[in-house]
Design a protein around this ligand. Structure first.
Ligand SMILES: Cc1ncc(COP(=O)(O)O)c(C=O)c1O
Length: 368
């Protein structure tokens, strides 16, 4: 290792994802069911709002906390849902920026953070960068948010429970009563709840629930990346207790500085755009892929996001993904998101044609 590289960078690696990128690079025109972003483009009116902002010279730094009109619109939305006395909001540099600031603001070296396995790849890495200790809780085979398992993982060092519903990579959504149980347990034990709600709009059965409804100290992170296909624009937002928000802003001031200003004007416009058509299309895609695979794969039916996490028919998820790739289908091995190597992730954020081709290959790999 180069002598200039800091120790903290060795606590996690990115080799799993790199391997998938390398495999993908070898494929010409793959059937690509590996992508973690919508297959639709940014709505035109959002593009226009950002272009107009650029033309009107709104190209400088914004206030650290975000442009006034966006922060106010978000505050109004948040207050209507969670009328807590002490809830403040700010605009972050994507949801990832919000996650990073939350960890830096709250995690001391040695603090333990509980989250469910499988998990979003960034969680252990961000946590370890801050010297935190990851406490993944196995949620196989149904990927439910199980308060009893979480309770059993709590120690005197537990600082935070990190929840993600709808979840990446499983698409599974937690019920209101599961979230309530976890939120109340955290309140009893004086443990922070950090809720990553980036997929909150992609909710297909029933209505979205947040632990913030049951615990007024919950820190919520959400953003525009997935809902409005703005992954490259870097606009997220965080709401939670005002002192925590102030601390996150202190770090944002000396790190990310702000979310890109033109993108924030786009996000303000995005708040008025209806997503109903897209969500309906994704519900249909979910139903299509699930019903095409449910008879030959073990799958927890996803209620949200745009992922499914079936069990591989072979012993190793990674070996199975290699087989799929040799047939021109790009999917992601489950061991990138998990201590286990038994599953694989499909993204159904793809065209109907690609989904049909992908499903045909998966059915044939399962021997049907
Ligand atoms: C669960 C989860 N959280 C956060 C993010 C990061 O989103 P953003 O683009 O807003 O940083 C992703 C992106 O894939 C995700 O899946």
């Amino acid at each position: 290792m180069h002598p200039w590289i800091a120790d903290r960078t060795t606590t996690f690696d990115s080799s799993g994802i790199r391997k998938v990128f390398d495999l993908a690079a070898k494929l010409k025109d793959p059937i690509n069911l590996s992508i973690g972003q919508p297959d639709f483009d940014v709505p035109d009116e959002v593009k226009e709002a950002a272009i107009e902002a650029i033309r009107n010279g709104k190209n400088s730094y914004s206030p650290t906390q975000g442009i006034g009109p966006l922060r106010e619109a978000l505050r109004e939305e948040v207050q209507a849902k969670y009328p807590h006395e002490d809830r403040d909001v700010f605009v972050s540099s994507g949801t990832s920026g919000g996650l990073m600031l939350a960890m830096l603001s709250m995690i001391n070296p040695g603090d333990e953070v509980i989250y469910m396995d499988p998990f979003f790849v960034m969680y252990p890495a961000l946590l370890k960068m801050c010297g935190g200790v990851a406490v993944p809780v196995d949620s196989y085979p149904d990927f439910r948010l199980d308060v009893e398992k979480i309770k059993a993982a709590i120690t005197p060092r537990t600082k935070m429970i990190l929840v993600n519903s709808p979840a990446n990579p499983t698409g599974v959504t937690a019920t209101a009563s599961e979230l309530k149980a976890v939120a109340q347990l955290a309140a009893e034990k004086n443990i922070a709840v950090l809720s990553d709600e980036i997929y909150s709009r992609f909710f297909y059965d029933g209505t979205f629930a947040s632990p913030a409804s049951y615990n007024d100290q919950t820190i919520v992170i959400d953003g525009f990346s997935k809902s409005h296909a703005m992954t490259g624009w870097r606009v997220g937002y965080v709401h939670g207790p005002s002192e925590i928000i102030r601390t996150m802003l202190k770090i944002q001031q000396y790190s990310f500085v702000c979310s890109p200003q033109p993108a924030q004007w786009g996000a303000l416009r995005a708040m008025e755009v209806s997503l109903d058509g897209h969500i309906e299309a994704y519900r249909r895609k979910r139903d299509f892929v699930y019903s095409a695979l449910a008879d030959c794969y073990e799958i927890a039916k996803p209620g949200g996001a745009f992922y499914m996490f079936p069990k591989a028919p072979t012993d190793s998820g990674e070996a199975f993904v290699e087989q799929a790739i040799s047939r021109g289908l790009l999917i992601i091995p489950g061991n990138i998101f998990s201590a286990r190597d038994s599953h694989f992730r499909i993204s159904f954020a793809a065209s109907d044609e690609q989904l049909k081709q992908g499903v045909d290959i998966l059915r044939s790999l399962a021997g049907v």
